[in-house]
Structures are given as C-alpha cells and as structure tokens.
Design a protein around this ligand. Structure first.
Ligand code: DAH
Length: 348
C-alpha cells in the first residue's frame, strides 16, 4: 500500500470508529490512538523518509489535511457528546417546583432565656441599660468590692468554685454593680442597669438547687434615690410578670452590700393570698433580695455616698420560671430534655 492509501485507510477507520464512540473518555483514547505522539498517523508518517523529494511535500500536505480533518471530526463529536450529556442531566434532574417543601423543625428559645428577655423588656421600658458581666470573675469584684472582705463570715453563704486564690466562677451577678459603678459618668445622667447571667455555687444539686443557675442584678444610683423608688420599681416588675393584682411585701434581711436589706415577697398568684401548696399556706412567696446600696460599696466604686444613694436587687429567673409554669424541679432546666423544653414553644 502506498502512503496515500495508508493515510486514506487511517482516515476511514477513524471516521467509522468515531460514530461508535459514546463517552468523552473513549473519544480521548481514540484521539491519542490516531493523532498522539505514538499514534497511527505518526507511525504512517515514519514511512516518509523512503519517499523521493518530489513525493514528500505532496504526501506531507495530504497528511496535514487528514490530521486537520480528524481533529475537526473529533471536536465535533466532543461537542455532540457534551451536549447529549447536558441534555440527559437536565431531563433526569427536573425539579417539580410545585411540590410542597419539607418542614424545617425549629427549636425554641429556652424557657429561661424567654423569662430573662421578658424581665429585660420590663426594665428597658423604664430606661435601664442591660449590661453583660463576666462569668469568670475576680475574688476582688465578686466579694471584696461587695463589702465581703477576705474571711468575712457571710462568704460562707455562697460556696464557691475557685480557679485560683484570686479568680473564681462568680457566685452572684452583684460584681457587675461594682464594675458598672466605677465606669459610670454621672454627668450623663443617673445609673440604671440590670445584668442577667449565669452564676455558680458549689451546691449539691436537688429539686431547688443547681450548681449553676441564673440571676438578674438590678442597680439604680442617683441623687435622692430612696426605698420608695425600690418598692415602686419592684411592684412594676411583679405585676408585669405575675399579674396586676399582685402585691409585694418587704421583710428585713441581711446582705453585706446593702443597708438596709430586704427580702421581697409577692402575694401568692395561685391562691391570691389565702394559702395553698405553692405559697406553703402563707399567702406569700419569696421572690428576691434587695436593699439600699451600702455606702461602703458606693465609696469603693468612687461614688460620694453623701451625695448619691441607690438601690439594688438580685432576682432569680429560674425561680420566677418555676413559679410561673409550675416546674417543681430546677434540674429540668438544665437537662436538655427536648420533651420538657418544647412545652415552652414561643409563637414566632
Ligand atoms: N447577690 C445576692 C445573692 O446572690 C442577691 C442580692 C441580694 C443582690 C440583694 C442584690 C441585693 O443586689 O441588693 O444572694
């Protein structure tokens, strides 16, 4: 066979093979087989060295034509295969946009978070700022600045997780009082803040105790703040949280950071004060601790106690939620049992 005949045969073979090719991989193999460095065309062209000087350019240009032709045919087939693949993908992956969607199961805001947000709303409405504290706190702020010097016996009321001698998990939100007071610029107006957050005590967990729970600290400092302001403020809170008919009662108590100190009771929201199991037949439910900020606490924060006075309170949202929803074991709040938590689904 002459070289021309070989080249023509090669072209025909390639063209017939092409029509049987259905994948891009096969197509690439064919291209390598025919046109590659070690392919059939190269192989045939090796025979060129035996040609005469006149024949060589003729065969050469014929070979180039064939190479161009095959390259073009392969390209064509490639385009065809790619389009066929795309068409079949589109046909197989049709989406029925009219089908109803899958419902996403949304969780719910934790009942304690809900309770704290509700309480925040009450105070935001009265012009308070909401302040963040720190859960890892210095002994200095947690105790000393709250008028509980080292070895003060009242420290025993709060069993404490120490990290070092000077660093601890805060036992109450009261240290935020000191941190806020020392920052406050009274030329900008009175100090009115609440600070919600987690607190920690080395307690044995039972139905009413948890080593971790929540508090909301409240603090107001200005010229001429009295216990009347404290009582009025707490009345607003209690009526908003437990109903307009609620009354409050202040009983003398002791906290090192307030003087005088009070324990605040609300009239029982279940029996209205006649006595039941919720109020343990007393008609009253203890709800928070409060008092007038101790002059020493003001002075330690750089505030002149002869000019300014203030009230403070510490409230337990866990207890508020337990009372409102009839939850009788505080541990329910922390066990993350979805069956419990989903009962407090908020309508968004
Ligand atoms: N820090 C107190 C506690 O954890 C609660 C408390 C009582 C806070 C009276 C106050 C307050 O601000 O005035 O037991």
């Amino acid at each position: 066979m002459s070289l021309q005949q070989q080249l023509t045969a090669l072209k025909e073979e390639a063209i017939s093979k092409l029509s049987h090719i259905h994948t891009l991989n096969e197509l690439n193999d064919l291209r390598v087989e025919m046109l590659g460095k070690k392919g059939t065309l190269t192989e045939v062209l090796r025979g060129m060295k035996n040609l005469t000087a006149e024949e060589r350019p003729v065969v050469g240009s014929f070979a180039n034509e064939i190479r161009d032709l095959l390259t073009e045919k392969i390209e064509e087939r490639k385009t065809y295969l790619e389009q066929a693949a795309l068409r079949s993908t589109l046909e197989n992956e049709t989406i029925d946009v009219t089908l109803p969607g899958k419902k996403v199961h949304l969780g719910t805001t934790h009942v304690l978070t809900q309770t704290m947000m509700e309480i925040e709303d009450v105070f935001l409405g009265m012009g308070y700022q909401v302040v963040d504290g720190r859960e890892v706190e210095q002994d200095y702020y947690n105790f000393e600045r709250m008028n509980l010097p080292k070895d003060h016996p009242a420290r025993d009321m709060q069993d404490t997780f120490y990290i070092t001698d000077e660093l601890l998990l805060r036992t109450h939100t009261s240290p935020v009082q000191a941190r806020t007071m020392e920052q406050h610029d009274f030329s900008q107006g009175p100090l009115r803040m609440i600070s919600p957050g987690k607190v920690f005590r080395r307690d044995t967990d039972d139905a009413t105790h948890s080593h971790q729970f929540h508090q909301i600290e409240g603090l107001v400092v200005d010229k001429g703040i009295t216990m009347g302001d404290l009582k009025g403020t707490l009345e607003v809170l209690v009526k908003r949280m437990f109903g307009e008919e609620r009354e409050i009662r202040l009983r003398p108590s002791y906290f090192p950071f307030t003087e005088p100190s009070v324990e605040v009771d609300i009239s029982c929201f279940k029996c209205g004060g006649t006595g039941c199991n919720v109020c343990k037949k007393t008609g009253w439910i203890e709800i928070l601790g409060a008092g007038m900020v101790h002059p020493t606490v003001l002075e330690m924060s750089g505030i002149d106690a002869n000019v300014y006075s203030g009230f403070a309170f510490g409230l337990g949202p866990d207890r508020v939620a337990m009372l409102r929803y009839g939850v009788n074991d505080i541990r329910n709040f922390y066990q993350n049992d979805v069956r419990f938590l989903e009962q407090f689904k908020v309508k968004e």
